[in-house]
Design a binder for this molecule. Sequence first.
Ligand code: ZN
Ligand code: ZN
Length: 550
Amino acid sequence: MLHHLENLRGVEFSLPSVLKACGKISAFEEGRQLHGQILKTQFLLDPFVSNSVLRMYLELGEVGIARWVFDKMPDRDVFSWNSIISGCFKAGEVESARKMFDEIPERDMVTWNSMIDGYMKCGEWKLARDIFDEMGQRDIVSWTAVISGYVLNGRPKDALELFKKMLDLRFQPDVASIVSVLSAIADLGFVEEGKWVHAFVRRNKIRLSSGVLGSALIDMYAKCGYIENAYHVFKSVMHRRSIGDWNSMISGLAVHGLDQEALAIFHEMETREIVPNEITFLGVLTACSHGGLVQEGQFYFKLMQGRYQMVPRIQHYGCLIDLLGRAGHVEEADQVIKEMPIAPDLLVWKAMLSACLKHGQVTIGECAGMHAIELAPHDSGTYILLSNIYAKAGRWADVTRIRSMMKESGVRKVPGSSRIVVDGDIHEFLAGKEINLRYRYMVLSKLEEMMCRLKMEGYEPDLTQVLVDVEEEEKEGLLSLHSEKLAISFGLININKGQPIHVVKNLRVCCDCHSFCKTASKVYNRTIILRDQSRFHHFKKGLCSCNDYW
Ligand code: ZN
Ligand code: ZN
């Protein structure tokens, strides 16, 4: 077929599409042969064809060959340069990308945007920002690339700041940038900012039915602890709901421990014959897990494979194992790990570790811990869970062994931190760290008063839990200083009576802080809404919405 390319008139018009197809379907051999044929012709003089050859190799991940093609190209246009720059980033060759960028004779918007995007995807957010700052003229795509890049790199505060700066400079945000900033706000848990963006969306009559915006708003409200507002948005898009809207609503209800409500939404989906996807089932399984609904969870795990013909992914197994383990079926969870067709990941082992800690299963916990350390030797959470399992069983020699193992491998603990917003200002408290001098006396004396009043109400500090995020030797003095306790006492002083106190914590809440919050909600007659690493706890009148099951 390819022997007489030279004799075929007009073939250069179809060549690019064939080359593109080779790249798309990973047909390296066919693509290489076609390239070989093209080399015997004059077709490479056509920039459209030569760029297609270049793109094909980049698509195939053959950066080396692509570079060779690029170097040999008689006419490189800005399109060729942009392709090779993105290709270098995709292959992780960050320095080559930069070199290309510096050599490029003319840069268009795409060049700048691919540099920003490429740096962001490689985790180089500082370099991406430098490029952005260097730009003379910026378009909305470049603003969005930096905002979403910050979110991707776990820098939600920077994302929010840049979004505001963009509005100050009178740039009209597009849906993509609004979705990104909403996800940043969701990470931070600052509902006021979220409400402000929501109002902006309304004022500018931006339609929620775009498929992603509605679900981003639902997600934001749910993650900020305002599940009613999330439901309100969900209701408002009733007639044009995307699958994302349904999924965000189900997962939102799930992390708030509203398992029955989450399942009701799923049933509504089924009644309306809306086909769920893999994410829907993650939400459903999470709801079952937080609600302790073992049989229901197993039922939905089978349903997704039977009626909906889906192959469960590692995250679905993770949910199932978490569900079983949390409910005390630790051996059954262990069996699932042994029989599952995919290799367990870190999250699976950590779910097992948490279950073993909760239910005092040392042997299975030890085994899970070793697997987890093998997979991620620098994850501090594993060591802490494992040493807590030993501590609970009174095996102090093993606790010491794990601690020194942790020290030897240079594992750094993630410090516990809690954030609270008062009058639009973010206040962050770190466990075991000095508090801002301005507030120190105020917070510590409030906490002291709280401790007295709570103890009279029956709260007893539980020293065994301090291991969660504080070094053992410091524990007596610091017990009262777990970051959420500091944030809550700060909130009690500064947030008007009748208003709930919202706190966002980066790690899981420990048993001691949990009972501290319960008693505080009763003694001070305040609702405390605490978001920890895995879910929401709504404390009210001495009880928690999780029913102490977390
Ligand atoms: Zn605590
Ligand atoms: Zn709770």
